[in-house]
Design a protein around this ligand. Structure first.
Ligand code: 13P
Length: 253
């Protein structure tokens, strides 16, 4: 049987000034120090402006740094963008690509997301590739079609379990306080794993981590993240409160 190491990442989104980021990172570091279980991979993804500050607080700890996005080009005339090599250079080991807030607010489609993911992999970053359906797509029973299209359209050919984490984030559950039920999450995670077989083969599909995101809180984490095909979480709001984020990490132990 394949055992997959749990993965928990905090996506701080567009939150925090230097002093907030530093105190949140420090508080988390002191909590995580007490955790002897090294079986959870922990990442925080602060806004770009906080990478240096939080990165210094995380040095030598178990918590790794991630970016929230990257451009597909390495350099050039892209005002306001950050390339994968810059994300790497800023101390990140991970980068989120395809978050629904990028897909919707910045009109990023699967083709762009795939190019970003490829650039990230080329630069030695591990990608956290987000997929998920809208409420309307769920109601009209299009969830599986949408998810399949997102996987086929945005997963790079060079994706493997060692460099890719899939984050299933139903859009209707993000920041809404509504979560998928544990069985709804498990159903889609199992479906994603089945789709991955076609893209990367059965052995890699079994090894790839598929994490859940969307209103994960200390109260629901154990049930959601305890599902057989749910290998951890991508946490938004609750990652901004160190005790909540830590409690979610503990529920994976
Ligand atoms: P919330 O946990 O705030 O719902 O956000 C989830 C998310 O979008 C993480 O990327």
């Amino acid at each position: 049987m394949v055992t997959r190491r749990s993965f928990v990442a905090g996506n701080w989104k567009m939150n925090g000034l230097k002093k907030d980021g530093l105190s949140l990172a420090k508080s988390l570091v002191s909590k995580v120090k007490k955790l002897d279980n090294s079986n959870v991979e922990i990442v925080i993804c602060p806004p770009f402006t906080l990478l240096a500050t939080t990165g210094s607080a995380l040095k030598g700890t178990k918590i790794k740094l991630g970016g929230q996005d990257c451009h597909f080009s390495n350099t050039g005339s892209h005002t306001g963008d950050i390339s994968a090599s810059m994300v790497k250079d800023a101390g990140c080991k991970y980068v989120i690509v395809g978050h629904s807030e990028r897909r919707i607010n910045h009109r990023e489609g699967n083709d762009i997301i795939k190019k970003k993911a490829e650039a990230a992999l080329l630069n030695g970053l591990t990608i956290i590739l987000c997929i998920g359906e809208t409420l309307n797509q769920r109601i009209t029973k299009k969830t599986q079609t949408v998810i399949r299209r997102q996987i086929v359209g945005s997963l790079p050919k060079s994706s493997r379990s060692k460099n890719t984490i899939i984050a299933y984030e139903p859009i209707w559950a993000i920041g809404t306080g509504k979560t998928a039920t544990p069985s709804q999450a498990q159903e889609i995670h199992k479906f994603i794993r089945y789709q991955l077989v076609k893209c990367i083969g059965p052995s890699e599909s079994k090894k790839m981590r598929i994490v859940y995101g969307g209103s994960v809180k200390p109260e629901n984490a154990k049930a959601l993240l305890g599902q057989p095909d749910v290998d951890g979480g991508l946490i938004g709001g609750a990652s901004l409160v160190s005790s909540d984020f830590f409690s979610i990490i503990q529920s994976c132990s």
